[in-house]
Design a protein around this ligand. Structure first.
Ligand SMILES: NC(=O)C1=CN([C@@H]2O[C@H](COP(=O)(O)OP(=O)(O)OC[C@H]3O[C@@H](n4cnc5c(N)ncnc54)[C@H](O)[C@@H]3O)[C@@H](O)[C@H]2O)C=CC1
Ligand SMILES: O=C(O)C(=O)CO
Length: 386
């Protein structure tokens, strides 16, 4: 028998029962649910990561849908429990859904939602922030000041890397990778080399047009190149940012051998998922190559770091905050809630998960559609004509 879990209840007499495993930013998502006859239960347990047993207790005997978090293990056990409780809808409050076993969800006929688009720019901005922090040694310099060690300007003090004219490498040039590439090319006049399974024509056109603009204004133009292999990016780029999904093809994509291919003074940024880098190999590489720097938002065994990482001065490390702007986090909550609500109400699936703005307009009711259901095809769910 699972232990009871503490909750806060909204609209107790609502017809549909939806559970959110965490309190989420903003109130719009709550209002959108309760206006549509939902009894909403929000878990108020203090512990950060809920166990499968905690979530089973939250689901209970009758539950139409769950809004969950990327820290939770949504596999066979939870989808079976949700299905037994009559549920057909789950949404991660995240775009990444490597914590979800979509095949298990398909088996139990549960729709799986995610929250693309709303976090693209926010996440790219954090990747850009980490790139700058690593290049200009901001964290080391901040620690030095606070320790009272600054006793005057020196020619050699915290010398870092100039980005202008260097090459930025992007691995996984999807929504976030492309947004980051544009920031670095336009903001710092860097050349671009990228690797993705698919061509990013829009990104290429952007860099071409920006290069022509610079040239027309008497400045050095910027260039792009689509690499034929990831190794080409690692060898050529000065700053490399990882933005692929995490799956079997990207697990330990950056390993000991690949770290060795990179320039000795390269900067590596990871705002995708921790296991994309072999973190043990990374710690060793950081120790052996003091001029090599990393900016990490994600870790292989989150929330833990591999031994030795925290001691490396050439690593800038932040706790998975890439999507943490107020607007984005409130928007993620809204999209996750609307995924669950839409499925419960039998709404069709929004046609373009890259264009979710209509769901985020606070001055208008959202479209009658699920913003993004990743297994819509597998479940045969209809597409919206809106
Ligand atoms: N740190 C954070 O807080 C955040 C992390 N993320 C992570 O970023 C990931 C990407 O998000 P989006 O850009 O919205 O997704 P997306 O689907 O638009 O882009 C992912 C890209 O990776 C490419 N890709 C897949 N396998 C690859 C491989 N083996 N080699 C090279 N490229 C490959 C895909 O073709 C695609 O273009 C998410 O799946 C999530 O894990 C997303 C948001 C915030
Ligand atoms: O959305 C995601 O995938 C995250 O990691 C958090 O925003």
């Amino acid at each position: 028998m699972a232990k009871p879990v503490s909750i806060e209840v909204w609209n107790p007499n609502g017809k549909y029962r939806v559970v959110s495993t965490k309190s989420m930013p903003g109130t719009r998502w709550i209002n959108l649910l309760i206006e549509q006859d939902v009894r909403l239960e929000i878990c108020t347990e203090k512990k950060t990561i809920l166990s499968v047993d905690d979530i089973i207790a939250l689901i209970g005997d009758k539950c139409d849908g769950v809004i969950g978090q990327l820290t939770e293990d949504w596999g066979e056990t939870l989808f079976a429990a949700l299905s037994r409780a009559g549920g057909t809808a789950f949404s991660n409050m995240a775009v990444g859904y490597n914590n979800v076993d979509v095949n298990a969800a398909n088996k139990y006929g549960v729709a799986v939602g995610n929250t693309p688009g709303v976090l693209t720019e926010t996440t790219a901005e954090l990747a850009a922030s980490l790139s700058l922090a690593a290049a200009r040694r901001i964290v080391e310099a901040d620690e030095f000041m606070r320790a009272g060690l600054y006793d005057g300007w020196l020619p050699h003090l915290f010398v870092g890397n100039l980005l202008k004219g260097q090459t930025v490498g992007v691995i996984g040039a999807g929504r976030i990778g492309s947004a980051y590439a544009r920031m670095m090319v336009e903001g710092f006049k860097m050349n671009l080399i990228y690797y993705d399974l698919y061509q990013s024509t829009r990104l290429e056109k952007f860099v071409t047009a920006y290069g022509e603009f610079l040239k027309a204004n008497g400045e050095t133009p910027v260039y792009w190149k689509r690499a034929s292999s990831m190794d080409e990016v690692l060898r050529e780029a000065d700053v490399i940012s990882l933005h692929p999904v995490l799956d079997k093809t990207t697990y330990h994509l950056v390993n000991k051998e690949r770290l060795a291919m990179m320039k000795k003074e390269a900067i590596l940024i990871n705002c995708s998922r921790g296991p994309v880098i072999d973190e043990v190999a990374l710690v060793e590489h950081l120790k052996q190559n003091p001029m090599f720097r990393v900016g990490l938002d994600v870790f292989e065994d989150e929330p833990y770091m591999k031994p030795g990482l925290a001691e490396q001065k050439n690593a800038v490390i932040v706790p998975h905050i890439a999507s943490a702007s107020k607007w984005t986090r409130e928007g993620m909550a809204t999209l996750a809630a609307l995924n669950v609500l839409g499925k419960i109400k039998g709404y069709p699936i929004w046609g373009d998960p890259n264009r979710v703005e209509p769901f985020l307009n606070e001055n208008a009711p959202p479209p009658a559609a699920c913003p993004s259901i990743v297994n819509a095809k597998a479940l045969g769910l209809p597409s919206s004509k809106l």
